[in-house]
Design a protein around this ligand. Structure first.
Ligand code: ADP
Length: 409
């Protein structure tokens, strides 16, 4: 296949993030973001990454919808000689949040796939409609080009039923498709594979706990390259303490707030998704700010940090038990890659489990994957920067290259 470029699109309800990559060397040719689509104050920021002196360009003007947004992106790419009409463009890879139980692999999008993603809207009401809009717009723009959906849930579809099912009435669960789906799967897949690479091992040969700690946060237990458990559930609300999400709470908190607090379901939804987690506990959701406040002796920030770490430790412990043997723990995303105090506190006191962090190695700042545990530690603790766009591009390219090869056979 001669075409080697992949455009990765991540379409939100009012935003589109994009990257153009060349899969010959995994290099990035351009990246950008359109935000506040549909508002007066829309903004497009485009950054070409090819020329030495390439500089970002910004458009600040109303952009009515995704169609206009994508046309504006296409024009910016054309300006850099990277247009969507280029024969070098092999496919467009779309991030799709929810693939339910149907989509276990990246999938070339056709009418049936669109219909299934649409059918899944009730379990992903915020995300799938926006992803669909992005896909339809891109298909209208380049109907002849393969468009591939890469699902956030796909990596987790290997979980056994014992991990994926909640202990609630089976009929009710099945009727409403209630089960653990998990999210951030593209990142967990990429990071667990990279962790194996870092240790000079094959993914099949190691067990890894991946801690994806960004604004959203999730943990996963990966046995021999296969996901066996993850902390997010039916929605991305369950599990770890996050920037604005509560993570695990007693489900009875919800009926208590309804009955005693007289709150509506929508109000509780906002409370748990937007006003909880670190921001609910101390008013800040940025770990840098929380650390700064702790250094100044702020008790509220200290407690928020301690609750965050306590939950993280509980998941490390439970996934250790799920896996039986752990070869590596990999920290990733904004907090995991940058916040040394979080990494240190998360494994503190777990020497009996073979876990330790070397303070000097932990303090090093780098964009490269690295081991931060001391030589003697039985489990490698690693920092592995995630790259969801590269992983989407890689999966998209692998699929279309494979199909092209099959056609030529
Ligand atoms: P998401 O993709 O979920 O929006 P990211 O993975 O980009 O989030 O992570 C964003 C978070 O990372 C920020 O809210 C902040 O808490 C944290 N973060 C980023 N840089 C640093 C840093 N240098 N030190 C500590 N935390 C950081």
């Amino acid at each position: 296949m001669t075409a080697t470029r992949i455009l990765v699109l991540n379409s939100g309800s009012s935003s589109v993030k994009y990257q153009l990559l060349d899969m010959r060397d995994n290099s990035r040719l351009a990246m950008g973001l359109v935000e506040r689509i549909g508002e007066e104050t829309s903004r497009l920021k485009h950054t070409p990454l090819t020329g030495e002196d390439a500089e970002s360009r910004e458009q600040n003007r109303p952009i009515a919808d995704h169609d206009e947004a994508l046309k504006a992106v296409a024009a910016e790419l054309s300006h850099d000689g990277l247009g969507l009409d280029s024969p070098e463009l092999a496919a467009i890879g779309h991030r799709v949040v929810h693939g339910g139980q149907t989509f276990t692999q990246p999938t070339v999008i056709d009418a049936a796939v669109l219909a299934e993603v649409e059918r899944l809207i009730p379990v992903a009401p915020l995300h799938n409609p926006a992803n669909l809009t992005g896909i339809r717009t891109a298909m209208a723009l380049r109907p002849d080009l393969p468009q591939v959906a890469v699902f956030d849930t796909a990596f987790h579809t290997t979980m056994p039923e014992s991990a994926a099912r909640y202990a609630i009435d089976v009929q009710t669960a099945d009727e409403h498709r209630i089960r653990r789906y998990g999210f951030h799967g593209t990142s967990h897949a990429y990071v667990s594979r990279k962790a194996a690479e870092l240790l000079g091992k094959q993914p099949e040969d190691i067990n890894v706990i991946v801690l994806h700690l960004g604004n959203g946060a999730s943990a996963s237990a990966v046995r021999g390259g296969v996901c066996v458990d993850t902390s997010m559930g039916l929605t991305p609300l369950e599990g770890l303490v996050m920037g604005t999400r509560s993570g695990d709470v007693d489900p009875a908190v919800i009926f208590h707030l309804m009955r005693v607090g007289k709150m509506s379901a929508d109000e509780i939804d906002v409370l748990l998704n937007k006003k909880s987690g670190l921001i609910g506990l101390c008013g800040d959701n940025d770990m840098r700010e929380i650390r700064r406040r702790i250094d100044e002796g702020d008790q509220e920030a200290r407690l928020a940090f301690d609750i965050y770490i306590h939950r993280l430790k509980k998941y490390i412990g439970s996934y250790y038990a799920v896996l039986g043997r752990v070869d590596a723990i990999a920290f990733t995303a904004g907090v995991g890659e940058n916040a040394a105090p979080v990494r240190e506190a998360a494994v503190a006191g777990l020497e009996e489990l073979g876990l330790a962090v070397d303070s000097e190695l932990n303090a090093v700042r780098s964009d490269e994957p690295r081991v931060i545990s001391p030589e003697y530690a039985r489990v490698a603790v690693a920092v592995v920067p995630t790259d969801e766009e590269l992983e989407i591009a890689r999966q998209t390219y692998a699929l279309v290259a494979n199909q092209a090869a099959e056609r030529n056979d």
